[in-house]
Design a protein around this ligand. Structure first.
Ligand code: UDP
Ligand code: MG
Length: 319
């Protein structure tokens, strides 16, 4: 009999937690051959999410939780969940039922009978999402797949079931700037993709504003590609080439036709253009540098305020 840990990152989810629990219970009842552990990670919620989780814990011994000292973000919550999970298999699932628990039996079959290490999900539609958001999301996946080594699946969710080896590989990557979608691909292994239609949130509202997503996509690019740096260098090099050519042209013209003062507006334009490109390149450089700076500080990925799991007495910062 194998144990499945369901990791649920929660940030202000008091409205959806009960729906989630009910639906998850139904699926757990279907999968009689397994035992379950529901590991809720309260990501510093400002509402009554933690109380809600504790209520569930009182009535159901499968419920475990980790509660953060502040909001550390979903990536940190996933890490904490994986770290504390005690199951042979671990699933990551959103609390808002946008990741249908009913897919779990099929995912379980994939990792136990079909020889896969992980069963991942992607949504094939983006129904109910603002069109502008879908457009930029698509562009992001397109660009990311062009400029980085890891393969990102368009519409991939964080919802997946993994075996121990896969989980351990993820935990070994203790980096501070965690872009899970990239990490999932980076570790490799055999992955089966299951598809489903987008489901709208059961209650509450999304925690991702457009700008938060934009920043997240930049984090992804910086974490998994050095292409912007190469591009800045190439741009710089080609601008040098062009300007050398222009200098030669001006010298030759001066020698042949004498002094010509005309043309200073174009000069100013060029100076501004080059100045802009330099700033842009420095900006890109700074982006990488700031990420490196955060990384070398070796700060913990999350800090827990309280926890009730099988692994509670761990090192500080990893409660
Ligand atoms: N979440 C989290 N920390 C955050 C933001 C979100 O743990 O800082 C959780 C949230 O509670 C939910 C999941 O991550 O379970 C996905 O969030 P959301 O539904 O807002 O994102 P969307 O589905 O709209 O992309
Ligand atoms: Mg959601």
């Amino acid at each position: 009999m194998s144990k499945i840990t369901v990791v649920v990152p929660c940030y202000n989810e008091e409205q959806s937690l009960h729906f989630f629990y009910e639906e998850m219970e139904q699926v757990a009842a279907e999968m009689k051959e397994n035992t379950f552990e529901y590991l809720f990670v309260d990501d510093g919620s400002k509402d009554c999410t933690l109380e809600c989780i504790k209520e569930l814990k009182e009535k159901d011994e499968k419920v475990r939780y980790v509660s953060f000292s502040r909001n550390f973000g979903k990536e940190a919550a996933i890490y904490a969940g994986l770290y504390h999970a005690s199951g042979d298999y671990v699933a990551i699932m959103d609390a808002d039922l946008q990741d249908p628990p009913s897919l779990l039996p099929e995912m379980y079959r994939a990792v136990t009978e079909e020889g896969y290490d992980s069963a991942a999900t992607r949504r094939v539609t983006r129904k109910g999402e603002p069109p502008i958001r879908s457009f930029f999301a698509r562009r992001f996946y397109h660009i990311m797949n062009k400029i980085s080594d890891v393969e990102l699946m368009d519409g991939a969710r964080d919802y997946r079931l993994m075996n121990r080896a896969y989980v351990n590989a993820l935990l070994e990557m203790g980096e501070y700037n965690r872009f899970s979608k990239g990490l999932f691909g980076w570790v490799g292994f055999k992955i089966k993709w299951l598809e489903f239609e987008n489901v709208e949130r059961v209650a509450g509202e999304t925690k991702w504003s457009f700008w938060k997503l934009f920043k997240y996509s930049l984090d992804g690019i910086v974490a998994f590609s050095s292409m912007p740096l190469y591009m800045a260098s190439w741009l710089g090099a080609s601008m040098c080439g062009v300007s050398l050519f222009a200098i030669l042209f001006i010298i030759v013209r001066q020698l042949m036709f004498g002094n010509s003062v005309a043309g200073w507006p174009s000069m100013v334009c060029i100076i501004i253009l080059i100045g802009g490109l330099q700033l842009l390149s420095i900006g890109i450089l700074g982006l990488y540098l700031s990420k490196t700076y955060l990384e070398v500080k070796h700060r913990p990925i999350y800090i827990a305020r309280e926890a009730y799991t099988e692994k509670c007495n761990a090192e500080p910062g990893k409660l």
